[in-house]
Design a protein around this ligand. Structure first.
Ligand SMILES: Cc1cc2nc3c(=O)[nH]c(=O)nc-3n(C[C@H](O)[C@H](O)[C@H](O)COP(=O)(O)OP(=O)(O)OC[C@H]3O[C@@H](n4cnc5c(N)ncnc54)[C@H](O)[C@@H]3O)c2cc1C
Length: 600
């Protein structure tokens, strides 16, 4: 069973994505056009990305002091992606887009993440960057920058992090000083500072790179305003352009200080960029030229406007890496003969060995992977479908409430559990899995990033327990509980009644632990065990989705039985774990908070 079959089932049978074509925005589409988009993505990913995934890893980006070199395959793959029109998949027709629903855009992109997540990184960043400019840029900024990014002429980046400011973005120190507020491309500033970890920050794939940079405009006293209030957003092109989107021939003062050498995800360059150090002198002086986007002080708000999509994108990427490992280990397990059946009379050494998939423990590892990756896929598509409800549905507030609590899970759950899936894939291959002759070790290395970027695991947990489940008197949590309850009520009438009861108990346990965590009103007490809470919450959400998916399955095909087995696995082996996680949350276990630094 390949991923496409599950993807189609989840999209069209479970989530009824075909019904979206009755909405005005998607009226020119049909289930067939959606299918054609998926076919095209699958084909390009199979032909241009997957065969070169290992090459992108072994031929790591190399900086010769002047230029960054990447394998030709990366140039070819990104070009093929741009030519497919996927960079503007969800955009309006009049900017060259396809007006696709978010859920179809995400599903199409899933093929690229699975084939080569690192080679796909450039396009995902560009699309996010340009979409942000469509939402917050001036008409000319959209015309000059966003449109050329959607066309694949220029690629884009997101420059938030600095060496001293990662999770705590309020501490960024990049300065932006006003130079001319009459520039047609937007109020023009000069930026100075260092940006760390910038993915796609330097390359020669496209003739220009459009950096979106967070920086602080100093107050009247010349000092930077503390906190996030002072943060603004700027377009800083690597090469300067005029209002007609022509390169002026001048290099902006953005210099690559060096490439980071990563554990995985190596095909995407990762850069320390120096802005305004004087390496280049546009207009005869040092300082990187940047054009303000939106209003001063609203940089973070603009940057996080696309947060739902960005975090679903990271989660889906994590799922797809898990999927790649699952499929590789499944193929291997069917072919690798090792060991013999254990009978009451012992083993018959003269009998042929059995393929390892015949061993219950190997099946356990495959079922665990299946439940993580297919469950994760259901989660991400469900969230993407909610984004469509938010933009084109009749209950946007309801969709927003659900997204609020689900987004930290969409980002973090697959980052953790599809990493576990990748680890299990290595285990299924045994010693071979630990070598670079098989692909599964690379999937694990590539995957390891996902718990770190786009808000670390710890930060997602704080967001969930510290904000999302308590906001508006717990309204978002209540909205989710109501949805879960609907599934429970349907399931209770069926053979899934035991699982429905188990889920109802889990939901009550999560609700109880939430209250107890906050019962003293002390954030330090409540949040000390935020990560176990995140894990328990995530597992409860996944159990709900698995039950819902199981109810949508019919017949006794291998496909249907496989879905039921994975659902049963999740309830039997995974959901019971939440007890231990929630125990420490509910009693506000103080150990981690109280242990002293010098006791380590
Ligand atoms: C490969 C890669 C690509 C990246 N791409 C980009 C990019 O394109 N653009 C960009 O702007 N950034 C990018 N990043 C940066 C990434 O977003 C940061 O690494 C991340 O935000 C964490 O920041 P940090 O590395 O400084 O870690 P820190 O913030 O120092 O965190 C270290 C540890 O401390 C924990 N911690 C920190 N604060 C708290 C707290 N208040 N409470 C509890 N725990 C806390 C964290 O959870 C983490 O475990 C990338 C990073 C990597 C590794």
């Amino acid at each position: 069973m390949r991923m496409r079959e599950t993807l189609d089932f989840l999209l069209f049978d479970w989530l009824k994505a075909g019904d979206l074509t009755t909405r005005e925005r998607f009226a020119e589409h049909s289930p067939e056009t959606f299918g054609a988009v998926l076919d095209t993505c699958e084909k390009i990913a199979r032909e241009k990305f997957a065969p070169f995934n290992r090459l992108a890893d072994t031929q790591e980006p190399h900086f010769d002091g002047e230029r960054v070199h990447l394998p030709q395959a990366t140039h070819d793959a990104t070009r093929a992606y741009a030519e497919s029109g996927m960079l503007a998949a969800a955009q309006d027709y009049d900017v060259g887009g396809m007006q696709l629903p978010c859920v179809i855009e995400m599903a199409g992109n899933a093929f690229f993440s699975k084939a080569s997540v690192a080679m796909g990184g450039y396009a995902m960043l560009t699309s996010g960057n340009a979409s942000l400019l469509m939402a917050h840029g001036t008409p000319l900024q959209r015309e000059v920058f966003a449109k050329n990014e959607f066309a694949g002429r220029w690629f884009g980046t997101m420059c938030l992090s600095e060496p001293q400011a990662g999770s705590s973005l309020s501490d960024i120190a990049t300065r932006a000083e006003l130079e001319d507020d009459t520039d047609p491309l937007g109020p023009r500033y000069r930026l100075t500072g260092n940006k760390m970890w910038i993915s796609g920050g330097e390359h020669e794939i496209t003739e220009n790179i459009v950096h979106l940079v967070l920086a602080k405009i100093p107050g009247p006293d010349g000092k930077l305003i503390p906190g996030t209030r002072g943060i603004s957003l700027f377009i800083v092109p690597k090469r300067l352009v005029n209002e007609r989107a022509e390169l002026t021939g001048e290099r902006n003062d953005v210099a690559l200080a060096g490439l980071n050498h990563k554990l995985g995800y190596r095909g995407t360059t990762n850069c320390l960029l120096n802005f305004g150090e004087g390496r280049f002198t546009p207009g005869g002086r040092k300082g990187a030229i940047g054009y303000l986007v939106g209003k001063p002080g609203e940089g973070l708000r603009c940057m996080f406007h696309m947060m739902n999509e960005a975090r679903i994108g990271v989660g889906l990427g994590a799922v797809m890496l898990g999927y790649a490992g699952y499929e590789a280990s499944l193929d291997y397990a069917k072919q690798r003969p090792q060991g013999r059946p254990m009978t009451a009379a012992g083993k018959d050494a003269a009998s042929p060995q059995r393929p390892i998939i015949e061993h219950a423990d190997v099946r356990r590892m495959l079922l665990a992977q299946k439940s993580y990756v297919e469950g994760g896929l259901a989660l991400e598509l469900y969230c993407a479908r909610l984004v469509d409800e938010l933009h084109t549905g009749d209950d946007p507030a309801g969709a927003q409430a659900l997204l609020d609590v689900l987004i930290p899970i969409a980002k973090s759950w697959p980052s953790e559990w599809c990493l576990e899936a990748n680890s299990l894939a290595i285990q299924v291959l045994g010693g071979y899995g630990y070598t670079r002759d098989f692909p599964v070790e690379q999937y694990w290395r590539d995957q390891r990033l996902n718990m770190i970027h786009e808000g670390t695991h710890g930060i997602q947990a704080l967001d969930l327990l510290g904000r999302k489940v308590v906001q508006q008197g717990g309204a978002s949590l209540a909205a989710l509980a109501a949805r879960v309850q609907q599934t429970i009520e349907r399931a209770i009438q069926t053979g899934w009644a035991p699982q429905a009861n188990q889920l109802a108990a889990a939901l009550a346990q999560v609700g109880g632990a939430t209250k107890k965590a906050w019962s003293t009103g002390e954030p330090e007490e409540a949040l000390a065990n935020a990560v176990p809470y995140l894990q328990a919450f995530g597992h409860t959400v996944l159990a709900w989705l698995w039950l819902d998916v199981a109810l949508a399955v019919s017949g006794d095909s291998a496909f249907a039985e496989g879905k039921r087995a994975a659902a049963r696995y999740f309830f039997a082996y995974e959901l019971p774990k939440i007890g231990a996680w929630l125990d420490v949350v509910a009693r506000r276990e103080p150990l981690c908070r109280e242990v002293q630094a010098d006791w380590f």
